[in-house]
Design a protein around this ligand. Structure first.
Ligand SMILES: *[C@@H]1O[C@H](CO)[C@@H](O)[C@H](O)[C@H]1NC(C)=O
Ligand SMILES: *[C@@H]1O[C@H](CO)[C@@H](O)[C@H](O)[C@H]1NC(C)=O
Ligand SMILES: *[C@@H]1O[C@H](CO)[C@@H](O)[C@H](O)[C@H]1NC(C)=O
Ligand SMILES: *[C@@H]1O[C@H](CO)[C@@H](O)[C@H](O)[C@H]1NC(C)=O
Ligand SMILES: *[C@@H]1O[C@H](CO)[C@@H](O)[C@H](O)[C@H]1NC(C)=O
Ligand SMILES: *[C@@H]1O[C@H](CO)[C@@H](O)[C@H](O)[C@H]1NC(C)=O
Ligand SMILES: *[C@@H]1O[C@H](CO)[C@@H](O)[C@H](O)[C@H]1NC(C)=O
Ligand SMILES: *[C@@H]1O[C@H](CO)[C@@H](O)[C@H](O)[C@H]1NC(C)=O
Ligand SMILES: *[C@@H]1O[C@H](CO)[C@@H](O)[C@H](O)[C@H]1NC(C)=O
Ligand SMILES: CC(=O)N[C@H]1CO[C@H](CO)[C@@H](O)[C@@H]1O
Length: 662
């Protein structure tokens, strides 16, 4: 299945703040109902109200009680050590001003909160700015009207031509300023459309501005599609790509404005048209080992291109209802991971990280009712843990524009007036759950337990942290409103016939990811908290965090109930605070010092300076702190005393159009 990027025509660029045109998203519609309203919905995909029918209970149904023996000490088959930053985000380069902020001094508060939620649970968070637009991006000293990014008009005579993206180094200052507030590390890309006129400006400027916050630069993106998109001759193959990589490498080494090339570059970022082995076979890794920061892939398991293209091909479009069940069992993630197992093993022999640089449920926008359902949250969570078990080191969920169904989060249309108006998608919850499953130690190893007789509807993983069994991740993909398909996982740690002393704790703590059905869109909770329905979030979870304490049994077993559908993260360590022990959540309230006329929230630089290192520090004097936690460690933000960031909210944050659908 081929991910086929498509570029929507931009009719023109906003020439001034006052004349912004928001393309491809009107009317917004009221995403509150289903049925006929969904059938007649013509608004932006990101708010599509379609709700599908949950698949029936499998026949035979998964056993609803079973016993899982666990070892208290590490077992064969564990993954390499993993980090809580495992699941991060990939943001299409052309939409970064909607997501990150207008410029380096006007950051999007909800985005800071959404990153902060992950960083506090996983220790740090990784974000990639890129996508197909990175190959046609050019760094300019400045742009008209103080803009920091601008997209040239689409060549309507050649719709597959990628429009040029112009940007200034303020994009990089914006990233650096975000990293000063939240522990974020970044991936970027060097344009590879033209190897005879290299444009290395992004490497020069990012080294100077982002320094250690830049953890790698992709050389080329989905290079196995260059030939089919006529960006290279039809014969373009793995050896040609390896040569192109070498040209960029040599160009960087000859560039007096670049001092570090070793361990900085990333390739080959294949999308599934070439096999990874094709690239390994031309000696790509040993040839470029010194310059490589990581090996990377990009993959979407399906595409909705026929629907997106419209025309006669639309009649062959995938029926979302028909494809929905394929996301709702353990084989969905396993099948993807399996194709990379040789490669992740090879990466280990070269001591290189292996990154899924861009992924989501389906390219060409995803599927309505699938990509934005609770089912997609369970899918992404199982897929993410499966990639971690398969020795990937990072996986980044793509954020497209308003024209896609699969976004983990979507900023409101640029002129919406309320700053509480971001839409948080189901797969964002998966990122929080993976961050907590892997935790903050960078020492977590995970194994697929093949639980319940390897039943594909009830997968489970064990996570060892620092060499000790620490957490269990238990899934139930079945939807059954009667409650009869909930299962009880009974487990013991050591004891029995293991030869180990029993290490089953007296009690465990459990957090649930829940919704009424896999088809649910809006009623999703993680540990009792939610980000609400479309247009309802400022990036902070609402509600009280619910952590269930489960007493274990006198026979040294514990019974955990997993609803249908649902996911349970079980904290095993006999540390009373373990489940709450994630780092202080830095919150960025939008209710504080808001100047109504400008609708901006100012952060007082003095507060910033004094909040350095304080647990639960809030950056806003008048702010509330819903997300504030008693962390065991304060996340020490690296503030420069002179840093005065004005955090903007949505109104008035305008710039280039959301239009790219990947
Ligand atoms: C635990 O679950 C098992 C079934 O898996 C059941 O037989 C047992 O009675 C349960 N124990 C308790 C104390 O509920
Ligand atoms: C960011 O944009 C705001 C609003 O246009 C402007 O006042 C500010 O000077 C800009 N900051 C930079 C660094 O350009
Ligand atoms: C590469 O992209 C740049 C920026 O979009 C453009 O100016 C240039 O003509 C392109 N070169 C080729 C060979 O496509
Ligand atoms: C339409 O479908 C045909 C046959 O499958 C295929 O060759 C063609 O590339 C498709 N066109 C588009 C625009 O997807
Ligand atoms: C993985 O490696 C094995 C042994 O070299 C080979 O047989 C198999 O085809 C490879 N699988 C893939 C997906 O490349
Ligand atoms: C992951 O890597 C570890 C360490 O090399 C290895 O033991 C394990 O089998 C690998 N996992 C998979 C699924 O290949
Ligand atoms: C937002 O922009 C659209 C299109 O320009 C316009 O129709 C609409 O009235 C604007 N909404 C607000 C709240 O300004
Ligand atoms: C884990 O790795 C992240 C990213 O490199 C780093 O910020 C963090 O300090 C590390 N944590 C520990 C406990 O080593
Ligand atoms: C789902 O959420 C809506 C509001 O978004 C609420 O009215 C409804 O009662 C919720 N349904 C369930 C089953 O919780
Ligand atoms: C910490 C940091 O990188 N601050 C930068 C924020 O952006 C401005 C440019 O607008 C820089 O001057 C700061 O250095």
């Amino acid at each position: 299945m081929r991910p086929t990027p498509l570029y929507f025509a931009l009719l023109g660029l906003p020439v001034a703040w006052a004349s912004v045109t928001v393309h491809y998203q009107q009317p917004l519609g009221a995403p509150t109902s289903t049925g006929s309203a969904a059938a007649s919905y013509t608004g932006a995909a990101a708010y599509d109200p379609t709700v599908l029918i949950a698949p029936p209970i499998p026949n035979p149904a998964p056993p609803s009680t079973f016993f899982q023996q666990l070892s208290s000490t590490p077992v064969p088959g564990l993954s390499i050590p993993q980090s809580g930053y495992f699941f991060g985000f990939s943001v299409e380069f052309s939409v970064i001003t909607q997501v990150l902020g207008t410029n380096s001094t006007r950051l999007q508060v909800p985005f800071l909160n959404l990153l902060s939620n992950v960083a506090s649970r996983g220790g740090s968070v990784r974000v990639r700015l890129g996508g197909n637009s990175q190959d046609y991006a050019t760094l300019y000293p400045s742009l008209a009207n103080g803009k920091i990014i601008q997209k040239q008009a689409q060549d309507t005579a050649n719709p597959t031509a990628t429009p040029e993206v112009l940007f200034t180094d303020d994009v990089l200052y914006m990233m650096a300023n975000i990293s000063a507030l939240v522990n974020v590390d970044w991936y970027l890309g060097i344009p590879l459309n033209d190897t005879s006129n290299l444009r290395l400006g992004i490497a020069e400027a990012s080294e100077a501005i982002l320094a250690h916050r830049l953890i790698g630069i992709q050389v080329g993106n989905e290079v196995d599609q260059y030939a089919s998109h006529q960006h290279r001759p039809p014969t373009y193959g793995p050896a040609d790509y390896s040569n192109d990589f070498g040209i960029v490498d040599a160009g960087l080494r000859a560039d007096p404005k670049v001092s570090v090339v070793d361990g900085k570059l990333i390739g080959p970022s294949l999308s599934g048209q070439w096999q990874p082995q094709d690239v390994w076979d031309v000696g790509f890794i040993p040839t470029h080992r010194q310059s490589l920061a990581a090996l990377a892939m990009s993959f979407y398991p399906n595409n909705n291109c026929a629907k997106l293209h419209g025309g006669p091909n639309a009649t062959n479009a995938v029926d979302p209802q028909a494809i929905f069940p394929s996301y709702l069992d353990h084989t969905a993630g396993q099948k993807i991971a399996a194709t990379y197992l040789n490669s992740t093993a090879l990466a280990q022999t070269f001591s290189l990280p292996f990154v899924m640089m861009e992924t989501n449920s389906a390219s060409c926008g995803g599927f309505p009712g699938v990509s934005n359902s609770f089912g997609s949250a369970l899918w992404a969570l199982d897929y993410g843990l499966q990639l971690a078990y398969s020795n990937f080191t990072t996986a980044l969920l793509h954020v497209g524009g308003q024209g896609v169904y699969y976004n983990p989060f979507t900023p409101p249309p640029t002129n919406q007036s309320s700053f509480h108006s971001w839409s948080v998608g189901p797969i964002y919850y998966s990122v929080l759950a993976v961050a907590e499953a892997l935790g903050t130690s960078n020492q977590s190893q995970i194994i697929d337990l093949q639980m319940n007789g390897a039943n594909i509807y009830t997968p489970g993983y064990a996570i060892y942290d620092g060499g000790a069994l620490a957490r269990l991740a238990l899934f139930n993909f079945v939807t059954d409103p009667t409650g009869a398909s909930a299962y009880i996982a009974s487990f013991g740690i050591g004891g029995g016939n293991t030869g180990q002393a029993s290490a089953t704790p007296a009690q465990v703590k459990v957090k649930y990811l829940l919704a009424p059905s896999v088809s649910t869109k809006d009623n999703i909770t993680w540990a009792g908290q939610t980000f609400g329905a479309a247009f309802e979030s400022d990036g902070r979870p609402t509600g009280t965090e619910q952590i269930h304490t489960v007493a274990c049994n006198p026979d040294n077993t514990c019974n955990i109930t997993v609803p249908a559908p649902g996911f349970a993260l079980v904290f095993l360590a006999d540390v009373s605070a373990d489940a709450e022990s994630y780092l202080a959540v830095q919150t960025f309230p939008t209710t504080g010092a808001v100047t109504k006329t400008q609708n901006t929230a100012s952060i007082n630089p003095t507060l910033l300076a004094t909040s350095n290192g304080q647990a639960g520090a809030n950056f806003m004097q008048a702010g509330t702190s819903l997300g504030r936690k008693k962390g065991k460690t304060a996340a020490a933000a690296r503030f420069l005393p002179h840093l005065a960031v004005v955090v903007s909210i949505s109104l008035g944050v305008v710039s280039v159009t959301w239009g790219t659908v990947i």
